[in-house]
Design a binder for this molecule. Structure first.
Ligand code: SF4
Ligand code: SF4
Length: 181
């Protein structure tokens, strides 16, 4: 086999017999870094002189986020300042990234509440399932993205910080209005 070819093992689904497929590497004359660089620069120049180009002056100009944008979480609160969470345990159970930590407690009247409620926004994949399963509409993903931090620890939002968030909550997907129009 020529040096510029390499082998790929392919398992055939039908009988799982292994076959060998030979892939051909491009010859030196068929590829060129200079040509690729020039192509990239030509594309850049094309956009440079494009009169319809859009340059947004962020952060002075804020983007129009979709109402279904899933970003930083927020915890809803009662009028007296208590978190709405009843520590049912559904959101940490359903969370695919395992980034919610909940320690539940119970008061004298038997009402459950979160003693510890934390979300690691760094591990979160913003699937929105915590919001979807919450039986009391306490935890929400939010229409917010400006949550850069200097340390990983700062990405772990505790209950107080989640309750302080005041950005809009994300609109859940409505099958009767799939485009939120
Ligand atoms: S949005 Fe998804 S990944 Fe993030 S905390 Fe909620 S359930 Fe977990
Ligand atoms: S699903 Fe809602 S009520 Fe249950 S633990 Fe999560 S935030 Fe609290």
């Amino acid at each position: 086999m020529p040096a510029n070819n390499y082998r790929v093992r392919v398992a055939e689904a039908s009988d799982m017999a292994a076959t060998v497929k030979v892939m051909r590497r491009p010859e030196p004359g068929e590829t060129s870094y200079i040509r690729a660089t020039l192509k990239g620069m030509a594309l850049t120049f094309k956009h440079l002189v494009n009169p319809d180009k859009v340059t947004r002056q962020y952060p002075e100009e804020q983007p129009d986020l979709s109402p279904r944008w899933r970003g930083t979480h927020r915890m809803e609160v009662h009028a007296d300042g208590r978190p709405k969470c009843v520590a049912c345990g559904l959101c940490p159970t359903v969370c695919p990234a395992n980034c919610i930590r909940l320690v539940g407690g119970e008061d004298d009247q038997g009402n459950r509440y979160p003693i510890v409620y934390e979300i690691d926004e760094f591990r979160c994949i913003f699937c929105g399932m915590c919001q979807e399963v919450c039986p009391v509409e306490a935890i929400h993903v939010g229409v917010h993205f400006e949550n850069a931090e200097y340390t990983r620890e700062r990405f772990v939002y505790d209950l107080d910080r989640l309750m302080e968030q005041d950005h809009p909550s994300t609109l859940l997907w409505d099958p009767s209005d799939p485009r939120s129009e």
